[in-house]
Write a protein that binds this ligand. Sequence first.
Ligand SMILES: [Zn+2]
Length: 90
Amino acid sequence: MFKAQKRFIAGAVCPKCSEMDKLVKYQNEAGRDVRECVACDYRDVMKSEEEMATAAELQTRVTPEGKAVRDEGEQAIKIFDAMPPSGTKH
Ligand SMILES: [Zn+2]
């Protein structure tokens, strides 16, 4: 039977209740690192190193596309700004 071994993270501050030394860290059934606060109901499942690497890789790949989308958005805003105001005054 699975038994989580919870260990306090020294000096860690809970992002939810801001209590210090209330965060425990343990591995759940899936082998994920979980951070949990004993003072409130804060709980955060950490991503595995493999997932982190994949996410970082995806982020790098997505960046040029994301920039292109943002440029489109800026262009759209410019077009919108260039449009004469329809009846409403600024
Ligand atoms: Zn907390």
